[in-house]
Design a binder for this molecule. Sequence first.
Ligand SMILES: *Cc1c(COP(=O)(O)O)cnc(C)c1O
Length: 299
Amino acid sequence: MKRDDQTGLAISGNKVRKLEFLFGEAFASGADCVITGGAAQSNHCRQTAAAAAQLGMECHLALGGEEPDRFQGNLLLDRLLGAHLHWCGEDRKGERIPALVEQLRERGKTPYVIPYGGSNGTGALGLVDAVRELQDQHQAQALPAFTHVVFASSSGGTHAGLLAGCSLLRTDYQLIGIGIDKEDMGGEPLSAVIVRLADEVLYRLDAAATSVAAVTLEMRYAEPGYGVVGDVEREALSLVAATKGILLDPVYTGRAMGGLLDLIRNRRLTSEHTVLFWHAGGTPALFSSAHLPCSAATS
Ligand SMILES: *Cc1c(COP(=O)(O)O)cnc(C)c1O
């Protein structure tokens, strides 16, 4: 398992990798605040708030839903980290960012926009670097060769960055993204977003001639809808916690691990394969899921 739940910024996650590059660009552009958006329990928004706090930048978050009575999980942290929260009802993918940017400009601010999930050509660069990091760790620890890398894929940046990194470094494992959100990204299918972003990353790295491998995306586990916790997620969360002492999250890594277990049961992946699971974080969302029935051990 690759532990991006240990990237080290206010309970961590994969967005830290993207934000390293996005904040670099924000400062270079002369911005005095950043704005991004997501669901109320967005890990991306919480990591953006944490990075902003550490770097002394004002942070605005466009969050889905209405202001709740109780602030839990990521939301509790957003507030603690000093982010300005804007409640956006049905719009949970940053749809209202342009309007909020106008308002901030009218107040004399210079905002830098971080897209939904931090997924653009800049953010995805962080995942190219992650492929190199994995390669270094793989060599240093003399691990067996992986045949597959399995991870949660949602706004496209992680998948695109990994694909671009794998092409550049000529790795020979197959990437399998487990789709989390069945809705298209602004009308564009996720696989198309991923290819577009991966090409953009390669272009920015002066490697436009490098082509990326075909996108492997398992969308069937996304069918119940974004954030809906069912048996697939519950089994994965309980199994990995109780047998490994590792915490997954209910929305992303729980679904991705549930998908991996299903691929094993269906013999798509067998003992002939060596699989790396890329844990992208999300831990704080567990603490907004007190209703999650856990399979308690019997005495
Ligand atoms: C954002 C996120 C993902 C998905 O990453 P994308 O780049 O949006 O595809 C997966 N797992 C967790 C915990 C996340 O926060």
